[in-house]
Design a binder for this molecule. Sequence first.
Ligand SMILES: *Cc1c(COP(=O)(O)O)cnc(C)c1O
Length: 389
Amino acid sequence: MPPYPITRAEISRSRLVGNFSRLRALAQRLSSGCDLLAVVKADAYGHGVAHCAPWLAEAGAQWLGVTSVAEGVRVRRLCPEARILVMSVLMPEDAAALLEARLTPTVWTLEHLEALARPAASESGSIPIHLELDTGMSRQGVNVDELAPILDRLRAIPALRLEGVFTHFASPEMLEVEQNARQMARFQQGVERIAAAGFHPRWVHAGNSSTLLAQRGTEALAALAKQVGATVMLRPGIALYGYALPFTPLLGMPIELEPVLAWKTAIASLRTVQAGTKIGYGGAFVASSTMRLALLPVGYADGLNRKLSNLGHVLIGGEIAPIVGRISMDLTIVDVSHVAGVATGEEVILLGEQNGQRITADDHARWAETISYEILCALGVRVPRVAAD
Ligand SMILES: *Cc1c(COP(=O)(O)O)cnc(C)c1O
């Protein structure tokens, strides 16, 4: 075993399972019988799919969502029983691996159907597929007005069975934007056309964490599902990991979410510098007085965004320790002049809680001018994800 890296991410099982359970209860409250698909794409938003996918499956997640066939194959090895939806692009050369791993593809073009037709024909029984409708995001999915040729082709491939129809909303956290209503109306039109063409999907799904937490649009989805004899499903991702985009206008959160990931390191060494000393690359910070500085073995190669240079802070001994100078690839310097009794080896919190203080991925996102999703996904590959209670 190589020495254990001191910079690590602790992934809390009880928090992940707690968030999932509260989201499931909320979904049930909004619409009884509503199913959830737990999104574990991008290595479970940087948390480590090897921990998160089995924990979610054991907590009762029937469906898991991934981006690619490669991600799906990995999740299949971890979760032999779960249904796994590949939500993004299906490359024709991946079709055989998809079927072998019993993954469920998303389709929206004739090319997708052709890529699946031949390998599906040699399978026993029919292969379930989910059809994505583009209702206004213009990213993935078939335009509702161009459904006919897809449905005609699908009817001619008995080895493929339309099990789900779904769409994705562009701005579910923006409660009052007209686009949400327009997308929902478009989705309704598409689902009705599919039903009128004689298809009976078991699931109709749309909506992410924001849709569920904002408690908007879920009744319309449930009513649509009922109309065509299907079950409604929502697809939360970021909320499982304890985060959400702020709603506009601000609404209270209907449930409590707890951040699943704590990012920790330790003080590698300490030094005292005199006033006027330049610190780090480019001398981007100059000591204004005698200062006590701690060196941390973490840098932008670990995912600590360089925009936090001279701006962000960490927690040491329950105190805020500001980042001084530029963050380097592997090292960061913080000011501990005001922290009593600091010593080499002392725990440092980059994300998480210490003595009632807390730093979240939303704080990092504000400093780095991005969103919590990117902060979490950017956590580097050399930071081990360690299972924690
Ligand atoms: C990523 C993704 C989600 C989850 O979105 P969150 O905002 O993380 O809840 C849902 N559906 C699709 C299609 C996605 O790609």
